[in-house]
Design a protein. Sequence first.
Length: 550
Amino acid sequence: MALTGGAIMEGMDALQEAEHLEMSIFQTEPGAAWAAMGYARATGKVGVCVVTSGPAATNTITAIADAYRDNVPLVVVTGQVPTFARNTDAFQETDITGIVAPTVKKVYYVSCPEEMPDVVREAFHLARDGRPGPVLIDLTKDAQQSLVDLDAYRADLEPINSAISDKTFDETLNAELDEVIAHLNAAERPVVIAGYGLVLASAERELEQFLEAVPSPVVYTIPGKPAIATSHPCNYGLLGMHGFYVANWIVHHADLVVSLGSRYDDRITGDTARFAPQAKHLIHFDIDPEQIRKVLPERKLGIVGNLKETLGALRRRLTGTIDYLDWRQAIAEVEKEYPSTYTRRPELLQTQHVMQQLNEAVEQRVAADPCRVIYTTEVGDHQMWAGQYLAMQPGWQFMTSGGQGAMGSGLPMAIGAQMAEPDALVICLAGDGSLRFSEAELETIWEENLAVKVLVLNNDGYGIVRMWNHRFYQGRETGVVKRGKNWTLLAQGNGFDADFVDRVCKPQDVKPALQRALSHRGPHFIEFVTPYEECLPLMPPGQSFEEMIV
């Protein structure tokens, strides 16, 4: 994924000439970086983004920071001014290595070509090893222009292996796992938090096997949504700031919390002093010990390791089954009073209704023509409703910017995912506010003839911030209302065939529009004109379950 420029031209030319490499050109540097992340998340391999120096390099920073927070293996190669011009305020000179250092696993400044083989090999290894994340290589202009004897390198070159290094289970964890089992046996009201670490470790099957022996209630984080099928009997839905009432109630009343690859983010915990107040123990499975130490370390039992191994080992050490019948009956009573649904207004084209119709249309499409389904979202209220209502099946993916919550991320991630998985059904859900940050990449879909389905939920601006304006700022709307943009015309102007662009304003038109889009083998764009509604439930920032607005 790349975009050319003066300080990277030789590097780009070499990549263009290489017969064994595929390079895709984007309209913007952020688009290229987010698309590389979409590729990485779809394949589990390292995504690569190549851009020039100065503003191009700084334009990738948000995606890099998100890759660091959301554990996405990414290698970003930036061009740089020649070494003789370093620290002279040369044209498009920026100290990108210094700027991004806090949000990458490692940075490299490469000024001679002899360093490149070792640097590239190590960068790919670091990006994928342990807790995945981004690595940046800053490559000077003169290094790119140097002549090298390739034959002198070939004898020493080995194929770059971006896979996770093989690790055997640490037997010293057996005592900790036995302690976890003791807590599970002693608990009366446990809950499992399914985080994105389960997806990164490909440990979804291990979670299923664990729940066969320990049918504890499961709630998930936004990025952890694909870790468990929506139809699983233990799945009680999204928790946190916009989580369902029952999911947050379970955590608030649990006497044991087991987090599997979730970092206890503030959008989950709210006021940490009041998080899960009845829990005698918080158990935290994570590959990174630093993550365990960041939030509530004094209450935690940490299990450090790859979740596929640690959760599998825990399951093997369990004997018999542990049931929590009384606990599940109590939850069922709460569900009756606070169902995980919304108030349907048949006269309006509500986003939640679109999500439910999308579930049916996708299920029908997959039944008729089996394929992998990959959802991406932009950021905003549509993202939260997707987290609440989109149905997931085993093997499907749900990609969203979790750590940074970056608008403009979802559309290019969908492009990268479709490039990685040409036969997958890739659906990008976007709010009109967030799509403003990435609309230029609609042209990339056209240029590459990608079968991405772009569904825009147009509620005239920034819905979540608008809700906060009303709830917490005496109704003063600060730049949150956006009206009048013709999204269907914009899609056509970026190459979408007019026959495959729809504008839907009525509830009865949702189903046929979705069926048409999903049956079409090429790109399709639908604008759904939805009303502004508050995105509920809401646990106000910095508060707890006790202040939850339903």
